[in-house]
Design a protein around this ligand. Structure first.
Ligand SMILES: Nc1ncnc2c1ncn2[C@@H]1O[C@H](COP(=O)(O)OP(=O)(O)OP(=O)(O)O)[C@@H](O)[C@H]1O
Ligand SMILES: [Mg+2]
Length: 290
């Protein structure tokens, strides 16, 4: 028997699909815009892409730049329907994170390491980072800022949703999650609070016949072997309960510890937040006192 996989359409296939679905004189989008449209379609099935294009054609008889948002909206819907991943709109930028200079520097340096040029030059594609630390020190904020800095879509995995009630369902959902993430590559996959999801994996008795162990095993194998540019940002509060195999080099490029902010960092955080809510009156505040 030959087993044939039908992956979601890739970039060239999507281009072809757009070309065959939309008559050339109605395609009012060129160059960079077209590239963005193709990227936006990544992660959707052929049928869905065709349907969106058909809808755009029916509404205004042409496909324009505005339809990129339509595609993104549809994608958000689709990803939400799978109930495993969540599509996060771009929000925070690196400049809205105060302090954390090491992390910010690390992220800035790798800004260009995902393109074709970087691959030709021989730069390894960044795999991921683990952010551990005290609650409320900006781990979730940094995850969002990384995606925004690199201009990549941000997918958030709710690890609790990976687990289904039927035997084998959890493993299946893990595979589905990986498939969606890879189809959207390059993207940032945000595993929030992994210590809560996989904290018990190291122990003898997990109480679920080993399901969480198998899900965890599948996940770390993929993290090691993945070839698609899916950058993982994992966050955790308690590093002690995390299994040792997750922490070794190779799974993550780097592990950052986010401590309570130092004095210059606290000043920086005040400034960031005051600038957001009282942009014109920032001089009235005595940052040092605060
Ligand atoms: N370095 C920072 N610069 C600016 N704002 C910050 C910083 N750290 C935290 N904040 C503010 O605190 C809020 C909470 O931070 P965040 O959600 O990132 O915490 P967390 O580390 O993910 O906490 P938890 O471990 O509880 O999930 C942010 O929304 C942000 O407004
Ligand atoms: Mg958080």
């Amino acid at each position: 028997m030959v087993i044939i996989d039908f992956p979601l359409p890739g970039l060239t296939e999507i281009q072809e699909l757009i070309r065959t679905t939309v008559p050339p004189e109605r395609l009012k989008i060129q160059g960079l815009g077209q590239e963005q449209l193709i990227r936006a379609c990544q992660g959707l099935t052929r049928q869905r892409i065709q349907r969106i294009l058909a809808r755009a054609l029916a509404q205004k008889n042409q496909v324009t730049e505005k339809d990129i948002d339509l595609v993104l909206e549809e994608k958000k819907q689709y990803i939400r329907q799978t109930e495993i991943l969540e599509f996060y709109p771009a929000s925070a930028t690196l400049s809205s994170v105060g302090g954390l200079e090491n992390l910010k520097e690390w992220v800035r340096q790798r800004r260009n390491s995902f393109g074709e040029q970087a691959a030709k030059y021989g730069l390894p594609t960044p795999k991921g980072v683990l952010l551990v630390g005290i609650q409320g020190t900006g781990k979730s904020l940094s995850a969002k800022a990384i995606a925004q800095e690199w201009r990549m879509p941000l997918l958030r995995l709710d690890a609790g949703r990976l687990f289904g009630g039927i035997v084998g369902e959890s493993e299946g959902r893990t595979r589905q999650m990986i498939q969606i993430a890879e189809a959207m590559a390059p993207c940032v996959l945000w595993l929030d609070e992994i210590d809560k999801a996989f904290g018990g994996v190291g122990g003898e008795y997990s109480g679920d016949s080993g399901t969480s162990k198998r899900v965890f095993g599948g996940l770390i194998t993929w993290m090691q072997e993945k070839t698609k540019p899916v950058f993982i940002v994992a966050t955790a509060n308690n590093v002690q309960v995390l299994p040792a195999e997750l922490l070794r080099k190779g799974r993550f490029d780097e592990i950052f510890f986010l401590n309570l902010p130092t004095e210059p960092e606290r000043r920086e955080i005040w400034r960031v937040h005051l600038e957001r809510v009282r942009p014109s009156r920032i001089r009235d505040f005595q940052l040092d006192e605060l």
